[in-house]
Design a protein. Structure first.
Length: 297
């Protein structure tokens, strides 16, 4: 039996509770299967070459059959305001995504749902609908297609599909965790930005901050300071701000320490966008030094 966790492939219509197409698989149908495995107790999947003469009563049919969760009909099956048509994963996410997030006890369902849709799902939809103009900068786990049997190997279609499911499942779990973390961090940082009276923002951890900066449209915050995983404090500049050119171009870290009169500078990157210090006190001192010398120049 071809099986992975609660996903079971079957060739018996009467046993199946889900139906999709057989043959070459793509990110759309594979990730749709993984998502269904998160919201159903069990996915018993029939992969079939055609949907004709099939009784799909009480079965979820996707990426085949021109039904609620298919997008191959003449007029497709709806599109977003930005012009991206839905594929099966988009249709399933639109229908069940918020309920799924509730089962994960997500704090902000609406924002997390939207983030995942805008940062991942819609790009899979666009790629599957051949809307390549939308996918240039999007996340697209197209490693899935590499799981299809190669022309010169003796591997069954179902075995290859299960291998793709395993990869997609791991990706999905990591991405959902990441998305929840980003949305929660964004809300926390937006509140910090409102209260901040300095040109620098101190974060409690190495939190994803770029979305918050973009949403806030702030021009007040020039630096982000946080305790990094390298056991020091990172100072990252925001937008077009940079560290003092003479500081960045010093030949070694000892000369940089002498120039700034800060003894525990650890690192300065060559682009002038990142500096590291051993302590928070020195990080703040370096920011104030940078503001002072830039104003003088």
């Amino acid at each position: 039996m071809d099986k992975y966790k609660n996903i079971i492939l079957t060739n018996k219509l009467e046993k199946a509770n889900c139906i999709t197409h057989s043959g070459r698989f793509h990110v759309d149908d594979v990730l749709s299967t993984v998502f269904l495995s998160k919201i159903l107790n069990e996915v018993i999947l029939l992969r079939t070459p055609t949907y004709e003469n099939i009784d799909a009563t009480n079965k979820i049919v996707y990426d085949i059959g021109q039904g609620q969760f298919d997008h191959h009909q003449k007029n497709r099956n709806g599109k977003r305001p930005n012009g991206i048509y839905y594929s099966s994963i988009g249709l399933l996410w639109k229908e069940f995504g918020k309920e799924y997030l509730k089962t994960l006890n997500v704090n902000n369902i609406e924002k997390t749902f939207k983030y995942i849709d805008e940062e991942l799902i819609q790009y899979i939809d666009a790629a599957d609908n051949m809307q390549t103009e939308y996918v240039k900068n999007g996340i697209l786990p197209d490693f899935i297609k590499l799981c299809n049997p190669e022309w010169n190997e003796d591997t069954s279609e179902n075995k290859a599909f299960i291998s793709a499911i395993k990869l997609a499942d791991e990706f999905w779990n990591i991405y959902i965790k990441h998305s929840i973390a980003v949305v929660e961090a964004t809300q926390i940082i937006l509140e910090k930005i409102k209260k901040c009276k300095e040109c620098f923002l101190i974060l409690d951890a190495d939190m994803p901050y770029k979305d918050a900066i973009r949403i806030s449209k702030t021009d007040k915050i020039k630096y982000i300071i946080y305790k990094s995983q390298r056991d020091c404090y990172d100072i990252r500049t925001i937008n077009s701000y940079k560290f003092y050119e003479k500081l960045v171009k010093t030949e070694n870290i000892e000369l940089a320490k002498k120039l700034a009169e800060i003894n525990d500078i650890v690192y300065i990157d060559t682009h002038g966008k990142l500096c590291c210090t051993k302590t928070l006190e020195s990080a703040i001192k370096l920011v104030k030094y940078n503001e002072k010398v830039i104003r003088k120049d």
